[in-house]
Design a protein around this ligand. Structure first.
Ligand SMILES: [Zn+2]
Length: 101
């Protein structure tokens, strides 16, 4: 029956999104672990490249970014930038990006 197929399809979609969520959480955990390890080892990856402010991880458009609490600078690694660009469906991020300076 078509209805049975729909239920099965919904089940597969749910499974897919659950798996995607789990992957995202695992990536986030891995990143937090790395940051904690770096902090414990005294590596100054969490300080601002522009000033002596401290970088804080913030979630922007569901992408984790580093922002400076002193100069307000925003720092991204290439993967994070790519994620933001993918979310840039109406071009607001490109406008922001190229309008600056
Ligand atoms: Zn700064």
């Amino acid at each position: 029956m078509a209805e049975g197929m729909d239920d099965r399809r919904r089940g597969l979609e749910e499974e897919y999104f659950n798996r995607k969520n789990k992957e995202a959480i695992e990536k986030l955990r891995a990143k937090i672990k790395l940051a904690e390890e770096a902090k414990a080892a005294g590596i100054s990856t969490m300080s601002c490249p522009r000033c002596d402010g401290a970088l804080q991880e913030k979630t922007f458009e569901e992408v984790l970014i580093d922002t400076c609490d002193k100069c307000g600078g925003v720092w991204l690694d290439s993967g994070e930038l790519e994620q933001l660009m993918k979310r840039d469906q109406d071009g607001w991020f490109s406008r922001l990006w190229f309008a600056e300076g």
